[in-house]
Design a protein around this ligand. Structure first.
Ligand SMILES: *Cc1c(COP(=O)(O)O)cnc(C)c1O
Length: 951
C-alpha cells in the first residue's frame, strides 16, 4: 500500500521508541493536545531556536541505515592503513577475536552503566578487579584504580597526587625529557593554573630534589632507553618528594617494576593489551600507588565487600575521594573513565596469562634487536645500548628520504629531530615488516634471521619478581572456557540490552547497532594518532563534518574534539575561559559561580583551573536563586571569571530566566560555561550559543549515542563562541602548554558512532527525538505523580527530559529509604534511577526517547507496585524492618533453604515488572558498603576466601 519509503520514519523506528499511536496515547495521558503544544508549554519561548535544524546546511535528509553504512564506508576508505612503528605511546596489538566478539562488540558489555549499583554490576566489577590486580602485579605497587583516560592525563593525575601527599613544600614538578611529548604537554597545561613550575630535563643531570615536590620518569623512555631510576627516586624521597614512573606494561613483563625501584606511583597506558590504536583512543590508562597514598588516588577503585548474606561481593571503594561526593575537594574531576577498555585489557591478560604475555614481550624484543642489528649492518648508528622495543637511528640528511621510502613500503616511522628516526616494534611485527624497514634504509634484499639474537635488556634490570600469580590468570584458556567466563560475567550485569536504564542526567539511550559497526573496521581502529594527515583523510573529513553538525546544533562557532570525557570538556572549557581572561590582562578573574545542584565534576574542574568556587543556592522551585546569583556576581564583580550552569537544570526544568543569568555574568566581565550534559533536551529546539553561553561540553556518550561501556569510554568535545577559539586545546604533539589529552582528537575512533547517528536521524529526526524525550519524561511524571511527589516542574507544570521523584516522605511513614526503593527496582528487573542526586533522598528518572511506551509502562507499574508495598508497611500490614523493600534485592539463593519472612518467596522474587522466564537475577543480595571501606581490599581475593565467602 505505502508507495514511499520514508527514511525519516525509519530513523524514528530505530531511535525513537514510541510509535505514533503510543505518542498519541501518552499525549492524552499528560493532557497535551499535540507534541508541539507540549513543547510550547515546556520550553520558555525566548530560548526556542528560530531555524529548524533541517534547514541548516550541515544537515541533509535522514539516511537509511544502508545508505549511512555506505557513507561510513566511503569515509573509512579515505583512511589508509599502513603499519605504524611510530611508537610514542601507541602500538600495534591484536585484540583476540574471542574478546572482540564477546566484549567489544557485545551490548551486554558496552551498553552497561558505571557500576555505582554493585548488585547489578558484579560482572564488570570482577573484570575491573582483575584489571587492578594486573596493574598492581606489573608495577609492583599496592593499589591500582579502575582506569584513567589516557597516559598523559594519568601523568597529570600523578602530579596532582604528588602535590597532595608530598611532604616537600617546593613548587616545581620535574619531568623526564624522555617522557612522551604529549605527556609533557598535558603536564604543563595542568601545572600552569595551579602555579606549579614544570622542569623538564635529564633525571641524572638536571634533577634537584630540593626544588621539587615530585618527579616523573619514563620507563623505557620515548627514544627507547631503559634506566634504573632507584638513585633519583631515593634522592627525591630524602627531600620529601614523590616519585612517579610512566611505564610500558608490556616491557614490565621483562623489566624490574617501578615499585621495586622505590617509586611511589606508576602510570601508563594499557593500550597495547589488545586495544586498537584507534587514531588516539579510547584506551585505558592505569595508575597504581602505595597503600599509604590510596586515599589520594583519583578515579574509581573497585573493592571487595560482602552482601546481606555474608557472601563476597564487589563494589566501588573509597568513594568519598571522588567528585560526586567531595566536589571541589575531590582527588580529581574524573567521572567517566575507560571501563570497557580496561575490561578488554584485563581479559587480554587472562587470555594470554603471564607466560603468554612474557612470550609476546620477548618476541617483540627479539624483533627490535634484529631490527637494530640489520640497520647497524647497513652502517647506521643505532641507539640506545639497552632497549626493549624502541630504537633510535642516526640518519643525518637522509631523514626525509628514509621516512618517505618507509611510507612507500607501507610503514610509518617516527621523525626525531632533524637527523634521527625512531622505530618501535610491536606484537604485530612480522619478518616482512622488518624487511620493509631495512629496504627503506637502503638494503637491497634483506634477510630475516630466524635465530634468537642475544637480548639487549640491561642485565641489572631484568625482572625476577613474579606477576599474575592469581588463579584467574592461570585458568584453562581453551576458547570454550574463555567464552564462558566472559558470558558468565556479562550475565551478572544488567545493561541496556535487558531493560531500560532510567538514569537521570546520564541519558542511557539506544546505541544503535548500525552506528557501532564502523568502529570494528580496521580503517578506523588501526590508525596511529600521529600518522601523516593524508593517511587519516577520512578521519579529518568525519571530524570536520561532525563539528559542523555540532556547531549547527549548539549555535557555537567551533568545536574541539580533544577532551575525552565530559569532565575533561569542562576542564578544557574553563581553561579556555582562563586563558581568555589572561589574554586581556585579567589574571585576577578566578571566581566561578556554581549552583549547589551542579554535577560534582563542575566544582572539581573549576578547582583544577585554579578557580575558587562560590556556591549559589536554589529556590523552592528548583531554579537557580536569581537574587542570590545576582548578589554573588555583584560581590565578586571584579574577580568574576565564570559561572557554570546546566541547562535544562539538573533538577530537570527549563529555567525561564536563564538568559538573565547569562547577562548578569557578562555584565560583570565573566564568561558563561553551560554544562551540555542535558543536551538531549535541547537538540533541534534550542541552542546554548543562542541562549547566551560562551562555551559548553557535549557528552557524545549521552546525547550522541556512544555507549557508556560500563563507565567509559566517552567523548566530551567543547563548543565555543568565536572569541574563545584562540584558547581551544592545542596539539599535544607539540609538547607545549595547552593540550588537555594525549591525542589531538581524544578518543577519535568512537566518533563514527555519533556521526552516523546524525546521518540517520537528519535534522528533523534529531528534533523529534528531543520532543519524544520530553514527552516520555512528562508521561512518567504524569503516571507517577499520584503516588510520589514530583519535585520540580517548570512554569506550566511540565518537566524537561527527566524528573525527580521524591521518596523522602516514606522514611518517616514506613522507614523506607531511597536505597530500599532503588534496590527493589532491581527485583523488578530495572536498573535503579540516579539516586540521591541532585537532591538527597530522591530518584532522578530519565527515560530518553528510545524507550517504548510498553517499557515505560512496565517501569511505572513497578514503581506503583512498590508504592503499594510501602503502603502495606505504612498500614502495618507488613513489618517495618523485615519486608520486600528492606531485603531487596533478592537472589536465586533466596528460593532455597529456610524462609522466615512475612512475605512469600514469589512476592520477593517476582514483583510487578519482573518477567517470568526472562527474570533478571542479581548475583548478590544487598552489598554492605561500610564493610567494604572498613576492610579495604582492591585486588583479586585469594582463592580460599572464595570458599570462605561462599559459606
Ligand atoms: C555526565 C555529566 C557530567 C560529566 O561527564 P563525564 O563524561 O562523566 O565526565 C557533567 N555534568 C553533568 C550534568 C553530567 O550529567
Amino acid at each position: 500500500m505505502t508507495a514511499h519509503y520514508d527514511p525519516y520514519d525509519f530513523a524514528n523506528r530505530r531511535h525513537i521508541g514510541p510509535t505514533q499511536a503510543e505518542i498519541d496515547a501518552m499525549l492524552a495521558a499528560v493532557g497535551a493536545p499535540s507534541l508541539e503544544a507540549l513543547i510550547d508549554e515546556t520550553l520558555p519561548p525566548d530560548i526556542r531556536q528560530a531555524q529548524p535544524l533541517a534547514e541548516e546546511d550541515a544537515f541533509g535528509p535522514a539516511l537509511t541505515e544502508r545508505r549511512a553504512i555506505e557513507r561510513m564506508r566511503e569515509i573509512a576508505d579515505r583512511n589508509r592503513v599502513l603499519v605504524s612503528l611510530i611508537g610514542q605511546g601507541y602500538h600495534g596489538t591484536t585484540m583476540p577475536p574471542a574478546i572482540q566478539r564477546n566484549i567489544f562488540e557485545n551490548p551486554a558489555w558496552y551498553t552497561a552503566y558505571s557500576p555505582y549499583q554493585p548488585e547489578i554490576s558484579q560482572g564488570r566489577l570482577e573484570a575491573l578487579i582483575n584489571f587492578q590486580t594486573l596493574v598492581c602485579d606489573l608495577t609492583g605497587l599496592d593499589v591500582a584504580n579502575a582506569s584513567l583516560l589516557d597516559e598523559a592525563t594519568a601523568a597529570a593525575e600523578a602530579m596532582g597526587l604528588a602535590r597532595r601527599v608530598a611532604a616537600s613544600k617546593a613548587d616545581a614538578f620535574f619531568v623526564d625529557r624522555d617522557c612522551l611529548p604529549q605527556t609533557i604537554a598535558v603536564l604543563k597545561t595542568r601545572a600552569a593554573p595551579m602555579g606549579w613550575r614544570v622542569v623538564v630535563g635529564c633525571p641524572f643531570a638536571d634533577l634537584d630534589p630540593a626544588e621539587v615536590f615530585g618527579a616523573i620518569f619514563q620507563y623505557p623512555g620515548v627514544g627507547g632507553a631503559i634506566h634504573d631510576f632507584s638513585g633519583p627516586i631515593a634522592a627525591l624521597h630524602a627531600a620529601g618528594a614523590i616519585a612517579a614512573v610512566a611505564a610500558d606494561p608490556l616491557a614490565l613483563t621483562l623489566l624490574t617494576s617501578p615499585g621495586e625501584m622505590g617509586a611511589d606511583v606508576a602510570i601508563g597506558s594499557m593500550q597495547r593489551y589488545g586495544v586498537p590504536m584507534g587514531f588516539g583512543g579510547p584506551h585505558a590508562a592505569y595508575m597504581a600507588t602505595r597503600d599509604a597514598h590510596k586515599r589520594a588516588l583519583p578515579g574509581r577503585l573497585v573493592g571487595v565487600s560482602v552482601d546481606a548474606h555474608g557472601r563476597r561481593a564487589y563494589r566501588l571503594a573509597l568513594q568519598t575521594r571522588e567528585q560526586h561526593i567531595r566536589r571541589e575537594k575531590a582527588t580529581s574531576n574524573i567521572c567517566t573513565a575507560q571501563v570497557l577498555l580496561a575490561v578488554i585489557a584485563s581479559m587480554y591478560a587472562v587470555f594470554h596469562g603471564p607466560a603468554g604475555l612474557k612470550a609476546i614481550a620477548q618476541r617483540v624484543h627479539r624483533d627490535a634487536v634484529r631490527l637494530g642489528r640489520g640497520l647497524a649492518d647497513l652502517g647506521f648508528a643505532v641507539e640506545p645500548e639497552h632497549f626493549f622495543d624502541t630504537i633510535t637511528v642516526r640518519v643525518g640528511a637522509f631523514q626525509g628520504v628514509i621516512l618517505a621510502q618507509a611510507v612507500a613500503n607501507g610503514v610509518n616511522l617516527r621523525k626525531v629531530g632533524d637527523d634521527r628516526i625512531g622505530i618501535t616494534v610491536d606484537e604485530r611485527t612480522r619478518p616482512d615488516i622488518l624487511q620493509a624497514v631495512w629496504r627503506a634504509f637502503g638494503a637491497d634484499d634483506p634477510a630475516y634471521d630466524e635465530a634468537w639474537p642475544d637480548a639487549r635488556l640491561p642485565e641489572a634490570l631484568v625482572r625476577t619478581s613474579a606477576y599474575l600469580t592469581h588463579p584467574i590468570f592461570h585458568m584453562n584458556r581453551a576458547e570454550s572456557e574463555m567464552t564462558r567466563y566472559m558470558r558468565r560475567l556479562a550475565d551478572r550485569d544488567l545493561a541496556l540490552d535487558r531493560a531500560m536504564i532510567p538514569l537521570g542526567s546520564c541519558t542511557m539511550k539506544l546505541n544503535a547497532t548500525a552506528e557501532m559497526l564502523p568502529i570494528s573496521w580496521p580503517e578506523f581502529y588501526e590508525i596511529h594518532p600521529f600518522v601523516p594527515a593524508d593517511q587519516a583523510a577520512g578521519y579529518h573529513a568525519l571530524i570536520g563534518d561532525l563539528s559542523d553538525k555540532l556547531c549547527a546544533i549548539t549555535g557555537y562557532d567551533a568545536i574541539s574534539m580533544q577532551p575525552n570525557s565530559g569532565a575533561q570538556g569542562e576542564y578544557a572549557g574553563l581553561l579556555a575561559i582562563r586563558r581568555y581572561h589572561l589574554s586581556r590582562g585579567e589574571a585576577h578573574r578566578t571566581i566561578c559561580l556554581i549552583p549547589s545542584s551542579a554535577h560534582g565534576t563542575n566544582p572539581a574542574s573549576a578547582q583544577m583551573c585554579g578557580m575558587s568556587v562560590v556556591v549559589v543556592g536554589a529556590d523552592a522551585d528548583g531554579n537557580i536563586d536569581v537574587e542570590d546569583f545576582r548578589a554573588k556576581a555583584e560581590r565578586h564583580s571584579g574577580h568574576l571569571a565564570a559561572c557554570m550552569i546546566t541547562y535544562p537544570s539538573t533538577h530537570g526544568v527549563f529555567e525561564a530566566r536563564v538568559r538573565e543569568l547569562c547577562d548578569v555574568v557578562h555584565a560583570h566581565g565573566g564568561q558563561v560555561y553551560l554544562d551540555g550534559a542535558n543536551l538531549n533536551a535541547l537538540v533541534g529546539l534550542a541552542r546554548p550559543g543562542d541562549i547566551g553561553a560562551d562555551v559548553s561540553h557535549l557528552n557524545l556518550h549521552k546525547t550522541f549515542c556512544i555507549p557508556h561501556g560500563g563507565g567509559g569510554p566517552g567523548m566530551g568535545p567543547i563548543g565555543v563562541k568565536a572569541h574563545l577559539i584562540p584558547f581551544l586545546p592545542s596539539d599535544p604533539r607539540s609538547g607545549t602548554e595547552g593540550a588537555v589529552s594525549a591525542a589531538p582528537y581524544g578518543s577519535a575512533s568512537i566518533l563514527p558512532i555519533s556521526w552516523s547517528y546524525c546521518l540517520m536521524m537528519g535534522g528533523r529526526g534529531l528534533a523529534q527525538a528531543t520532543r519524544v524525550a520530553i514527552l516520555n519524561a512528562n508521561y512518567i511524571a504524569a503516571r507517577l505523580g499520584h503516588a510520589y511527589p514530583i519535585l520540580y516542574a517548570g512554569a506550566n507544570g511540565r518537566v524537561a527530559h527527566e524528573c525527580i521523584v521524591d521518596v523522602r516522605p516514606f522514611q518517616k511513614s514506613a522507614g523506607v529509604t531511597v536505597e530500599d526503593v532503588a534496590k527493589r527496582l532491581i527485583d523488578c528487573g530495572f536498573h535503579p534511577p540516579t539516586m540521591s542526586w541532585p537532591v538527597a533522598g530522591t530518584l532522578m528518572i530519565e527515560p530518553t526517547e528510545s524507550e517504548t511506551k510498553a517499557e515505560i509502562d512496565r517501569f511505572c507499574d513497578a514503581m506503583l507496585a512498590i508504592r503499594e508495598e510501602i503502603r502495606a508497611i505504612e498500614d502495618g500490614r507488613i513489618d517495618r524492618a523485615n519486608n520486600p523493600l528492606k531485603n531487596a534485592p533478592h537472589t536465586v539463593q533466596d528460593l532455597i533453604g529456610a524462609w522466615e519472612r512475612p512475605y512469600s518467596r514469589e512476592a520477593a522474587c517476582f514483583p510487578w515488572g519482573a518477567r517470568g522466564i526472562d527474570k533478571y537475577w542479581p548475583p548478590v543480595n544487598r552489598v554492605d558498603n561500610a564493610y567494604g571501606d572498613r576492610n579495604l581490599m582492591c585486588s583479586c581475593p585469594a582463592p580460599d576466601s572464595y570458599e570462605e565467602a561462599a559459606e
